[in-house]
Write a protein that binds this ligand. Sequence first.
Ligand SMILES: O=C[C@H](O)[C@H](O)[C@H](O)COP(=O)(O)O
Length: 245
Amino acid sequence: MGTDSRNEQAKIAAGVYAASLVEDGQKVGLGSGTSAWHFIRSLAKRIEEGLDIIAVPASKASRDLAQELNVPLVELDDITGLDICIDGADEVAPDGSMIKGGGANLLWEKIIAVNSAKMLTVVDPSKIVKTLGQFALPIEVTPAYYGTTIRNIRELLAEKGWEAVSVERRMNGDSPVITDNDNFIVDAKLETITDPAGLAIALNQIPGVVENGLFPAMSKGVIVGRPDGTAEFLEIGFDPATVNA
Ligand SMILES: O=C[C@H](O)[C@H](O)[C@H](O)COP(=O)(O)O
């Protein structure tokens, strides 16, 4: 089995495990990305079997998938918060801090995460890290004056001593990647991210930055799937060495 296919099997296992944790009557946040979509598929099967929940999607793609699978959707604005939200991550550290936005979704995801009583993360083992920062940090910015915003991001990082390797607008061939909110994504590759909370706050002070993909200490538990179809629930404070051993 190739690495991609092994990771896919692991993501399916994490999604199935996560869906088994959802309880009748809950209001559920549906994350985005390939791992979260496996969760949505598995949740849809449980709904077919009688599970009674309502859900809010964290991206247009997740909304489309949920609608196709007859998952009952409501507007977040019409309810007061969610019981649980299940989402993927590009990196997750032992304190529950994450980098998200590898698929250009982060703004709806963050709104949903902060309005959920509990956020759980579904990943394959490759996403578990000791310290965030191998993955370039996605930052959603307005198209208006994005070049100036990128310059301001570079200046902020230099000023704070957060060594940046590169800060670039994300492209898809010759076209900029456009988010669900018609914004651009800027990917900031840092040497390492030692202060996710401080960096997240500082980035959001820059006019033109809509939101960033740092989710500091937000996850309340990590479900790691494995290529053999098993999955493990990691409490926050887990030892990353045991995951990739
Ligand atoms: O923008 C995408 C989201 O933040 C995803 O949850 C994240 O990129 C992880 O996606 P995947 O499960 O496909 O690796």
